[in-house]
Ligand binder design. Structure first.
Ligand code: AMP
Length: 114
């Protein structure tokens, strides 16, 4: 998508600090981390949000979750624990309209969701 921030990051047009990449997803550090580990997992293909995903995206969505687990392992937060969050829509304060998972860890979290 032409004017999408995360599409530009996926295409390398905007720099990011890459943590993990494969043919389907890119994981990079959040620019405003909310925890010692705060990594975003995005599909390289543009999907606006969960509501926008199609049947044909099922494998991609599952792959994103597997990639989040891979990131947690790479960041050494599997034993301490981690949180995977995905904001969808205005009330959830989704600010970037390209599907993404937040992988958060490295500190004990309270009741907040992100
Ligand atoms: P959300 O609010 O759930 O849509 O999450 C969007 C996330 O993208 C926020 O946590 C931002 O800090 C993060 N973000 C925005 N721009 C960038 C960027 N250029 N590089 C890395 N993370 C970004």
């Amino acid at each position: 998508m032409n004017d999408c921030l995360f599409c530009k990051i996926a295409a390398g047009q905007i720099p990011s600090t890459k943590v993990y990449e494969d043919e389907q997803v890119l994981a990079f550090r959040d620019i405003a981390p909310q925890a010692p580990v705060h990594v975003l997992v995005i599909p390289k293909k543009h999907v606006s949000g969960w509501y926008d995903a199609k049947d044909e995206d099922d494998a991609l969505l599952a792959h994103m979750m597997r990639a989040a687990a891979t990131v947690a392992k790479m960041e050494n937060i599997v034993d301490s624990g981690f949180r995977v969050v995905s904001n969808c829509g205005a009330d959830a304060q989704q600010t970037v309209k390209h599907l993404h998972l937040h992988v958060l860890g490295g500190r004990a979290m309270a009741g907040e969701m992100a």
